[in-house]
Design a protein around this ligand. Structure first.
Ligand SMILES: [Mg+2]
Length: 186
């Protein structure tokens, strides 16, 4: 049977925050170690650099172009797995809250990196709280995300099996967990 899979992108399929963490070190001429990254209890990455929340937000927005469109790596196995699912006849959907103005470029970036992206299977620019509406409308069988604010809206959602992509800030979420994509099976 063909199944319908939905994926968040950032920190679910690609290692965006760690990529941004390296960029922050370069830009701020610091050398904060990755152990500080691995201990973060929130999605935002600015604290180990000594930035306030306001400065952190400003830094993120100012760096967004580089964070999104340079060499952010996909997690090992992610591209292969999604292509394999498509080859098996399953449907893949992307649901990202990246801002509207970044939607089409992000789609192109994913294609260039080998992710399978079909027309009408790519949704962007919604709020975290609005993802649930799209997931419901698409009648997804499976959905994957890293962000507690999103996952919490899905915990009672019937019909879709929700997985959390393991990150240091979501260990309190009690859902089926994906640690590494090559180990994932459904
Ligand atoms: Mg995410």
């Amino acid at each position: 049977m063909d199944l319908r899979f939905g994926f968040d992108i950032d920190d679910t399929l690609i290692n965006l925050r760690e990529h941004a963490f390296h960029l922050y070190n370069q830009k701020l001429k610091q050398s904060v170690g990755l152990e500080a990254f691995r201990e973060l209890k929130r999605v935002e990455i600015h604290e180990p650099f000594g930035l306030t929340d306001e400065e952190g937000k400003e830094m993120w927005n100012r760096s967004l172009e580089e964070i999104y469109y340079t060499s952010c790596p996909a997690y090992p196995g992610a591209v292969d797995m999604l292509n394999e699912l498509v080859n098996q006849g399953h449907e893949i959907y992307y649901i990202t809250s990246r801002p509207k103005e970044h939607g089409e470029r992000t789609k192109k970036w994913l294609l260039e990196r080998g992710f399978p992206v079909q027309d009408h299977h790519f949704f962007y620019g919604m709020k975290d709280s609005e993802k649930v509406d799209i997931i419901r409308e698409l009648k997804l069988d499976f959905y994957f995300d890293d962000k507690p604010e999103v996952l919490e809206t899905l915990s009672d959602e019937a019909g879709v099996k929700v997985f959390v992509k393991d990150q240091s800030y979501n260990r309190h979420i009690e859902l089926a967990r994906v640690n590494n994509w090559p180990d994932f099976s459904f």
